[in-house]
Design a protein around this ligand. Structure first.
Ligand code: ADP
Length: 420
């Protein structure tokens, strides 16, 4: 039997999933980040990675054919020539790069996805101004560095992680405007996610009882790994994530980009994963209701009726997608006395924003929406699914799997084959 190990380095911890050749889960492993105290990030990552390898049940471990890792998008670090980090990594949401944005605007084409304080390229330019840069030789994403710990080769990435570094995922090369800078650092060689890079280092294979020919593959980002896990695979299929915010991703044969709306496309085989994120979502629900209330009150909603309310639920003014207006006011009035009616209005308002998001992607040229998978805290809310089905006009189903680690395990098994 051959098994495949996917490892997800997420925002709350590390997860591992082992699948067999039929894509059935054989084992799940979880490791939560320490909740308190200052800790050394790279040591914590390394400890978690090897702890996780040890937790894979021994009979499975002996037959793991391939491993793939996903990290959080735009979590980056610099290492020396031996792969030792020269400074603390910058996490996905670190906005210190805001000070180089002016400089970046002179370098990158207008509206390019690197023009954000948290992009990998903004982080690299910021790092270049730090004293530790003198010792740096390689610039890596979190998943690249963790992969290096397993296979031993430095300077390798994948085209999902490299998108916000400025890599041209259509031409599959670094663009001329980036090459022209002649950055004094080794940028990663970029592979298709899931491509085998090398065998697991022999000393690790021996120590942990993995096969000698176990392969370590190019990884991906956390949100793409979650998409891979969902079961969506044909153009027109989409995944909505109903977490703290509302994120939509629509698989398409056409690439769409519009930085005004924060819309960009990841490459997935020969297809494009188009998408955008709204500030509406579960955080607004959480502000008004407890989890128990959400469950109880949702069950009382008559989804065959409309709420009669016209909300744009936000916690504070401003949204980017599907309406690009930094001052967009939250619309939460009038508020009925009946909490069921109020919740109905909120869920319906969010469903309309979701629908408008998919409309916008389609107006820009993405494939026609055919089916929506759902992930995140709101995915299990059947009343909401009913409301969304009415608004979206297509079937709304739960994601087959929601674990990003499961998506990475699929990537280890078959790469991006199937997305063509
Ligand atoms: P994130 O990872 O973005 O923090 P999660 O996917 O864990 O988010 O989802 C958390 C969100 O799910 C919360 O903001 C909460 O309001 C929402 N949520 C939890 N239970 C329900 C429910 N029954 N119906 C709708 N939303 C829910």
């Amino acid at each position: 039997m051959n098994f495949y190990l996917g490892i997800d380095f997420g925002t709350s911890g590390v997860r591992g999933v082992v699948i067999n050749q039929e894509g059935c889960t054989q084992a799940e492993i979880k490791y939560a980040w320490p909740s308190e105290g200052v800790f050394d990030l790279v040591t914590t990552w390394e400890t978690a990675l090897f702890w996780l390898l040890r937790q894979v049940p021994e009979p499975l471990r002996r037959e793991i054919e391939a491993i793939a890792i996903n990290g959080t998008s735009s979590t980056v670090l610099l290492t020396d020539a031996a792969g030792k980090p020269v400074d603390a990594p910058l996490l996905y949401n670190d906005a210190r790069g805001s000070v180089v944005l002016e400089q970046l605007r002179d370098i990158a084409p207008p509206h390019h996805n690197v023009l954000s304080a948290t992009s990998s390229l903004a982080k690299l330019l910021w790092m270049m101004g730090q004293p530790s840069f003198k010792k740096a030789r390689y610039f890596l994403h979190q998943a690249d560095w963790l992969g290096f710990l397993l296979h031993g080769y430095l300077g390798i990435s994948d085209y999902h992680n490299a998108l916000k570094l400025g890599y041209d995922v259509e031409q599959l090369k670094y663009p001329a405007w980036l090459e022209k800078l002649q950055l004094p650092i080794q940028l990663p060689k970029v592979l298709t996610p899931g491509t085998p890079i090398a065998k697991l280092r022999p000393e690790i294979a021996t120590q942990f009882n993995f096969p000698n020919d176990c392969l370590v593959c190019a990884g991906t980002t956390d949100s793409i790994a979650a998409f891979l896990a969902s079961g969506a695979k044909s153009p027109g299929e989409a995944v909505t994530s109903l977490g703290s915010t509302l994120v939509v991703k629509l698989l398409s044969r056409t690439r769409v980009e519009d930085s005004r709306y924060g819309i960009y496309s990841h490459r997935l085989g020969n297809l494009w994963l188009t998408g955008g994120a709204s500030n509406t979502g579960g955080a607004v629900l959480k502000h008004f209701f407890s989890a128990a209330e959400l469950e109880r009150l949702s069950g009382e909603i008559d989804v065959t009726q409309t709420s009669g309310l016209d909300y744009y639920p936000l916690l504070r003014p401003g949204d980017r997608f599907p309406i690009n207006d930094p001052d967009l006011p939250p619309r939460l009035e009038p508020r009925p006395d009946d909490p069921v009616a109020f919740l109905h209005g909120l869920l319906e308002g969010m469903a309309r924003i979701e629908g408008r998001g998919y409309d916008l992607l389609q107006e820009m040229g993405a494939d026609t929406l055919t089916r929506v998978y759902t992930a995140g805290g709101g995915a299990g809310n059947s009343a909401w699914s009913g409301i969304r089905e009415g608004v979206l006009g297509v079937s709304v189903v739960s994601s087959v799997h929601t674990e990003a680690a499961f998506g990475s395990a699929l990537l280890a098994m078959r790469g991006v084959d199937g997305f063509d």
